[in-house]
Design a protein around this ligand. Structure first.
Ligand SMILES: NC(=O)c1ccc[n+]([C@@H]2O[C@H](COP(=O)([O-])OP(=O)(O)OC[C@H]3O[C@@H](n4cnc5c(N)ncnc54)[C@H](OP(=O)(O)O)[C@@H]3O)[C@@H](O)[C@H]2O)c1
Length: 470
């Protein structure tokens, strides 16, 4: 009787996992690691090592959820033989952090399944039943490649509440949970979101404390302000006092400085700041004796104008590192869009490129347009990639690295991580760089994002709020 009900539970659980695996391409992550990443002669040995890393004892230990720093001593022994060591040229100092010259973006990790149901099932029922975490394969793939830096934000997640700004931290929790599950450490950067209701220094400290708890660390490695204070609903109300729409950037800077001084963050950064605001923030933090470590902006072969290149240059002058988001123009610069294929237009809403994508139809439709406008650049990327024996994504990311910025490409699968990590270990020549830039200029396309993900505007319920780097 008892074994019958256990069998029923097992069958139901398997059915749930199979169903969810259709929703989430990362589910059953070992299968994916096996298929996308670990094939070849070393496969059996590597799988054995992975099994060691994921030993049952470590899982039990992780369930107790100790602070990550408590784990460092024990985990370093276990992970030592696994990680690929990056060349010194492929590592860079940002504030107190020793980072790879390429990180991993986590924005698409949370976009799974029906407004949060998949995430909820995963972190409750399935986790208790011992199923692997859906981000595990991606995290393992990056750590094995020596890429031990993840960028997240309190606003990344998949529930409806997160999307409209009422919920926080789903992806932060997913990152922390996954690092615990694989018993490995990594640098994790997160972000504070300016909102009309966050009006005080203490509101920044509170938000930071929330992120710190969700990330399960003593100190956040890098705490960034996600964007200038552009969400100003009162500015649209005729007659509302100007005072109500005064940007709170300086209050947020004070808040960040306070977090730093209280020792709950190790480094601070900003994001979506153009040259002028970056200089102002830098001067403010300097006056407080707090080093500004980084600025995160959209920067790629398809987004160099509109103030992006100037921002990178000012960052260099001030000693503030630039992290490049949208480095692959949400897939345009990865090789999945072929130069001789982009004009084969499908029915409205259908991607012209048949390759699998996690992007929404809305996003894919816009991405297809960008790809068309960039066909000269795609041609040049393909030419250089072929001549160098690299992939298009690797050439695109390498261009950013050569420019002195740190790309943080988003990755949905271990295969994408492995491909993107191949941007490290070599450099384009200046002639190749120049020909890529010339090809990009020919198309004249500036990639400002797709769907609701934009680098110069934000959908905030009552409409779009905009900003510019210049
Ligand atoms: N500070 C900010 O305001 C801000 C704003 C946006 C993003 N970010 C950060 O920047 C990170 C990167 O941005 P993003 O993920 O939106 O854009 P992205 O890095 O330009 O594009 C990532 C997407 O390209 C595809 N891809 C990645 N590697 C690939 C490969 N090797 N081959 C084929 N396809 C590949 C995947 O999409 P498919 O689903 O099509 O496979 C992936 O989701 C984010 O994760 C986030 O951490 C910050």
């Amino acid at each position: 009787m008892r074994s019958g009900s256990r069998l029923t539970r097992l069958v139901l659980l398997s059915a749930a996992v199979a169903w969810l695996s259709r929703l989430s391409p990362w589910f059953c992550s070992f299968q994916l690691v096996h298929r996308c990443f670990l094939g070849g002669p070393g496969q059996a040995r590597t799988l054995q090592r992975l099994a060691q890393v994921r030993g049952d004892s470590s899982r039990t230990q992780m369930r107790e959820a100790p602070l990550r720093h408590d784990l460092d001593h024990t985990t370093s022994m276990r992970e030592a033989p696994l990680r690929q060591k990056l060349d010194l040229d492929d590592r860079v100092r940002v504030g107190t952090l020793d980072l790879p010259r390429l990180g991993i973006g986590t924005i698409s990790w949370g976009l799974r399944g029906f407004g949060g149901i998949t995430d909820w099932l995963e972190r409750t029922v399935l986790r208790q039943a011992g199923a692997v975490n859906s981000a595990e394969a991606v995290v393992l793939a990056s750590l094995l490649k020596g890429v031990d830096f993840f960028d997240t934000a309190e606003r990344y997640g998949n529930s409806f509440s997160t999307a409209i700004g009422l919920g926080y931290g789903e992806t932060e929790q997913l990152v922390a949970r996954t690092l615990q599950d694989v018993s490995m450490s990594a640098v994790v950067a997160t972000k504070f979101t300016p909102t009309p209701t966050r009006t005080t220094v203490e509101s920044v400290v509170e938000a930071c404390e929330g992120s710190r708890q969700r990330l399960n660390v003593e100190k956040i490695d890098l705490y960034q302000i996600q964007m200038p204070d552009i969400v100003q609903p009162f500015a649209r109300i005729p007659g509302a006092p100007e005072e109500w729409s005064k940007p709170k950037d300086e209050i947020y800077w004070q808040g960040l400085a306070e977090c730093y001084k209280r020792g709950i963050v190790a480094n601070i950064g900003v994001s979506n700041y153009g040259p002028t605001l970056l200089r102002r923030a830098y001067a403010y933090f300097k006056s407080q004796g707090v080093p500004l470590a980084s600025n995160q902006i959209s920067y790629s072969l398809l987004y160099r104008n509109s103030g992006a290149q100037k921002t990178v240059d000012v960052g260099k002058e001030l000693g503030v590192a630039t992290f490049a988001y949208f480095p692959l123009a949400m897939g345009v610069l990865t090789g999945k869009w072929k130069s001789d294929d982009v004009f084969r237009v499908g029915p409205v809403g259908e991607p012209t490129n048949p390759e699998h994508s996690g992007k929404s139809t809305l996003e894919q439709t816009e991405i297809a347009e960008y790809a068309k406008q960039s066909f000269q650049l795609l041609k040049e990327l393909e030419r250089i990639a072929k001549a160098r024996g690299k992939s298009v994504a690797q050439v695109s990311l390498n261009w950013i690295i050569c420019k002195g910025a740190i790309p943080i490409p988003g990755a949905r699968t271990p295969g994408q991580v492995a491909d993107n990590a191949g941007a490290l270990g070599w450099r384009l020549t200046s002639a190749e760089m120049a020909s890529l830039e010339a090809a990009a200029d020919q198309g004249g396309c500036e990639f400002s994002g797709a769907g609701f993900k934009r680098c110069n505007s934000k959908f905030v319920g009552y409409g779009y709020e905009e900003w510019a780097l210049e």
